[in-house]
Design a protein around this ligand. Structure first.
Ligand SMILES: Cc1ncc(COP(=O)(O)O)c(C=O)c1O
Length: 380
C-alpha cells in the first residue's frame, strides 16, 4: 500500500474542484446550468497583449528556458505600473518578482518564511488557499474574525490578546474577497505597526484593486511598509488573463530574494510570449480600466436584482468582481445554494467556503454575460 504524505490528510480537495464536477454532471444530464459561482473572467484580455504573445513566438529566444526572475522589461513594467497606479516607487531590479499567478506566490512566500509549527494569521472569511498552504507546510492557521459591523476589518484589540509568539505571517486581502470591503488608511497604518511590533510579515494579497473600485490602493504606499510587508498582485482579474498565469510579488529586496530562493528551485521561468504579452497589458491606458468596469457595472446592477429576487441583501458600497449577499434569516448558506442549484439550475457560492464567518452569506460572481444574469433573474 503506497500511502500519500501525512500533510495531505490536513487538506481537502478545493471546494470548486469538487463542486464543478457536480455541476458538470448536472450539465451532462441536460440541466441548463448558469454559473455565477466562479470568478474566472470571461472577457477578452487587452488585444495588444494577445498580439504580442502571438508575434513573440517567432523570436529566437521564445522557446528557451527563461530567467527565474522574469525578463528585466517585465520587472520594469511592473515597477512602472506600481508607480503609475499606486504612486509606489519600486526598483524593477530588486523589489519585484514576476510570478505565475499570485496563487503560487502564497505557497512560495509560505515556504520562504514558515517553519513547522509556526503560526499564521488568516482572515475568516477569506481566500481558502491561505489556510490550505499553511497546513500543507505543517504550520498552524490562526483564523482572525472579519465581521460586517467592522466593515470586514480585523479587531486589533482581539489580535493583541492572542498568543502571538510563533506567528510569522499575517495574510490580509484588501479589497477583500469575498466581501468586496475596502480598507481605510488607518487600517493600513495599524496593521503595519502591528507587524513591526510583533515581527510579523504582513502580506497583502491585492488582485482586485482595479475592479469596480474608485481608489486602487497598495499597502506599499504606507509609511514603513517595506520594513514588514509584501504585496501580491495579479493580471488575472485586472486584464482578464487568469489562464495566462501572471502575477507579481513586490517588497524589499531581502524578502523578495528569499521568495526567489524558493521559486527558482521550483520552476524554470515563465514562457517568453506570456511575459511579452503581460508587458503590453501592464502599459494599458485608463481607457482599459474604464471599459472593463463599465461591463462589470452593468452586470452588477443585474446581480443586485437577482439578489433581491432571492430575498438577499447586499452592501452597494462594496467593490470587486463579486456581490457578497446576506441571506434571509434561518437558512444556512450551503442549504440555500444547493436549493438554488436544484430549483433554478443556478450555481452560486456558499459563504462558508471562505470560512465560518461566511455562514449566512452567498457570493455571486460577475463573470457571466448580461443575458445569462437576466435569464437567472427570470428563473427566480
Ligand atoms: C483573494 C485571491 N487571491 C489570489 C487569487 C489567485 O489569483 P491568481 O493566482 O490568478 O493571480 C485569487 C483568485 O481567485 C483570489 O480570489
Amino acid at each position: 500500500m503506497i500511502e500519500v504524505a501525512k500533510r495531505l490528510q490536513k487538506v481537502e480537495e478545493y471546494y470548486f474542484s469538487k463542486k464543478l464536477k457536480e455541476v458538470a454532471f448536472l450539465k451532462s444530464q441536460g440541466k441548463p446550468i448558469i454559473n455565477l459561482g466562479i470568478g474566472s473572467p470571461d472577457l477578452e484580455p487587452p488585444f495588444k497583449a494577445s498580439m504580442m504573445l502571438q508575434d513573440s513566438l517567432m523570436e529566437p529566444e521564445a522557446h528557451q528556458y527563461q530567467s527565474y526572475q522574469g525578463l528585466p522589461e517585465l520587472r520594469d513594467a511592473i515597477a512602472s505600473f506600481y508607480n503609475k497606479h499606486f504612486q509606489v516607487h519600486l526598483s524593477g531590479q530588486t523589489e519585484v518578482l514576476p510570478l505565475m499567478g499570485s496563487k503560487e506566490g502564497i505557497m512560495h512566500i509560505s515556504m520562504a518564511f514558515l517553519n513547522k509549527g509556526d503560526k499564521v494569521l488568516i482572515p475568516n472569511p477569506g481566500y481558502p488557499t491561505y489556510a490550505a498552504v499553511t497546513k500543507l507546510l505543517e504550520a498552524k492557521p490562526v483564523m482572525y474574525d472579519l465581521k460586517a459591523d467592522r466593515n470586514w476589518e480585523p479587531d486589533f484589540g482581539a489580535l493583541e490578546r492572542l498568543d502571538l509568539s510563533r506567528v510569522k505571517i499575517m495574510w490580509i486581502n484588501y479589497p477583500h474577497m469575498p466581501t468586496g470591503a475596502n480598507a481605510t488608511n488607518k487600517f493600513y497604518d495599524k496593521v503595519i505597526a502591528f507587524g513591526k511590533r510583533h515581527d510579523i510579515l504582513i502580506v497583502n494579497d491585492n488582485p482586485y484593486s482595479f475592479i469596480l473600485n474608485d481608489k486602487p490602493n497598495s499597502i506599499m504606499r504606507y509609511r514603513d511598509a517595506k520594513d514588514v510587508c509584501l504585496e501580491l498582485n495579479s493580471l488575472s482579474k485586472t486584464f482578464n488573463m487568469a489562464g495566462w498565469r501572471v502575477g507579481m510579488l513586490v517588497g524589499k529586496y531581502d524578502f523578495v530574494n528569499a521568495v526567489l530562493r524558493v521559486k527558482s528551485n521550483m520552476d524554470s521561468g515563465m514562457f517568453f510570449g506570456i511575459q511579452k504579452g503581460a508587458i503590453e497589458a501592464l502599459k494599458c491606458s485608463d481607457i482599459w480600466f474604464k471599459s472593463l468596469n463599465s461591463v462589470y457595472q452593468r452586470r452588477r446592477a443585474l446581480v443586485y436584482k437577482l439578489a433581491q429576487a432571492l430575498n438577499c441583501t447586499y452592501d452597494d458600497q462594496a467593490t470587486g468582481m463579486f456581490v457578497w449577499a446576506k441571506l434571509p434569516p434561518h437558512i444556512k448558506s450551503e442549504e440555500f445554494t444547493d436549493l438554488v442549484l436544484k430549483e433554478h439550475s443556478l450555481f452560486i457560492t456558499p459563504g462558508t467556503v471562505f470560512g465560518s464567518n461566511g455562514e449566512g452569506y452567498v457570493r455571486f460572481s460577475l463573470c457571466a454575460e448580461e443575458d445569462l444574469i437576466e435569464e437567472a433573474i427570470s428563473r427566480v
